[in-house]
Design a protein around this ligand. Structure first.
Ligand SMILES: *Cc1c(COP(=O)(O)O)cnc(C)c1O
Length: 430
């Protein structure tokens, strides 16, 4: 950082010189990792641009439709561009998909039928999917209510997929296998594409007709391949995470084999109508432009995560992933060991935001959680977690999950303020 930025951090953002000195040392240490992130972002950027060129993207595709949205060329090209980027046969990208959970639920309800079994091979699925599957809640409208059974294979003690157990758990009833790429909000590593590929090879050898679905939330563009390039039949994610690039105002996507995407689309709209309707209103341009920005933005958030991991380590905190660890999602977990540090950190992240910097988040009893949760987010788009945010359940061992950041400089500022906040409260000494 130059002297002007340094002075501004000290004078306008009240960061101590000792914090600045440490952060300079950290930035020096992580140079090579940052280089690798830039290199990967460049490759993914080329992939996205080539997909747009191959599909003759033009500004006429940015015009919106209303009503049924018949012949919405922009919508069709958006699907094709996503299919190209994911090296998939087809895709469904819609602002009518309200969230990542919705996109995943469409894949499940669209492709599973009574008597089928869904098998998760990465342990417990993401919280919001528990009610979709029917593991938790009253079961109203869940897969369970429709007679679709569920089984789960835990990860091994070293947090890898239990490859050896796959032949035992995949039976005649198994219609779909689900893999969650991201750690979600768990203290476990993300599942790398090579590991997803290894599992898919084993599964397809047992039964080539089993549908492999990957929950790709938080994973897009972190590596140089997507799960569909490693044999996954269908993947889904949220547009207010990685692939929306911070610009898509809402939405979700599904990419994969034509038949499976079609069935998901028929669940989103209706049988017979499928992908052929759905007015884009004015959303196409931001969805294209967000995808265009996504590889770079994911790179920015990854650089911020690495900076955070390295700095927290220097201060004596354990992080997951650790600084040099290979990543397959954008989440950075930090273990604080006590509630005061955790709360001070999250409140500091909020203080560094461009939006709502003046509010102080407090832990609250959120519905669906068994302990109070603190959520720091100052986002341009509500709930967007490709923008810098940090959440933490207030329970042992007091872990904060930080993710996102549209620009590295903002993540850096947020982390510096968070550390300053901890210092001001006497939690750490520098
Ligand atoms: C965020 C997330 C989801 C759900 O997405 P929402 O948009 O919050 O509904 C599902 N799985 C994983 C791994 C996620 O990170």
């Amino acid at each position: 950082m130059n002297i002007k930025a340094q002075n501004m951090l000290i004078n306008e953002f009240s960061i101590s010189e000792s914090v600045i000195e440490i952060s300079k040392a950290v930035e020096k240490d992580i140079r090579e990792i940052i280089d690798n992130i830039n290199t990967n972002a460049e490759y993914n950027q080329l992939k996205v641009i080539k997909a747009m060129q191959d599909n003759n993207l033009s500004d006429t595709h940015f015009a919106g439709t209303t009503g049924y949205g018949y012949d919405d060329r922009g919508r069709e090209v958006l699907d094709s561009v996503y299919a190209s980027v994911f090296k998939a046969e087809d895709a469904l990208v819609r602002h009518q998909i309200v969230s990542g959970t919705h996109a995943l639920a469409l894949c499940l309800f669209g492709n599973l039928r009574p008597g089928d079994q869904l098998l998760s091979i990465t342990g417990k699925p993401y919280d919001t999917l528990e009610e979709v599957i029917g593991i938790r809640g009253e079961g109203g409208g869940s897969l369970k209510e429709f007679g679709i059974t569920y089984r789960q294979l835990e990860l091994t003690n070293d947090n890898s997929i239990d490859y050896n157990a796959l032949p035992d758990v995949i039976t005649d009833k198994t219609k779909m296998v689900m893999i969650q790429r991201s750690r979600g909000y768990c203290w476990r590593p993300s599942i790398k594409i090579v590991d997803i590929e290894k599992a898919i090879n084993i599964i397809k050898n047992i039964n080539k007709d089993v549908i492999v679905m990957v929950d790709n939330c938080y994973g897009e563009f972190v590596e140089d391949r997507e799960p569909t390039e490693a044999g996954a039949d269908i993947v889904a994610g949220s547009l207010i995470k990685n692939p929306g690039g911070g610009l898509a105002p809402t939405g979700g996507y599904i990419a994969g084999k034509s038949l499976y995407v079609k069935k998901a689309a028929e669940r989103l709209t209706t049988p017979g109508v499928g992908k052929k309707v759905g007015s884009s209103l004015g959303n196409n341009r931001l969805m294209f432009q967000g995808l265009f920005m996504a590889p770079h933005v994911v790179g920015e958030s990854l650089k911020g995560a690495v900076f955070c991991a390295a700095l927290m380590k220097m201060l004596g905190f354990e992080t997951s992933p650790f600084t040099e660890e290979k990543r397959s999602d954008i989440i950075q977990a930090v273990k604080f060991g006590n509630p005061d540090s955790l709360i001070a950190f999250c409140q500091g992240i909020q203080k560094g935001s461009a939006v709502d910097s003046f509010v102080t988040p407090e832990p609250w009893d959120m519905p669906g959680y068994d302990s109070p949760v603190i959520m720091a987010a100052g986002a341009f788009i509500q709930g967007s977690s490709i923008e810098l945010s940090a959440d933490a359940p207030i329970k042992e061992p007091y872990i904060a999950y930080m993710q996102g950041g549209l620009v590295y400089e903002h993540v850096k500022l947020g982390v510096l303020i968070a550390i300053q906040n901890m210092m001001d409260r006497g939690i750490i000494n520098l």
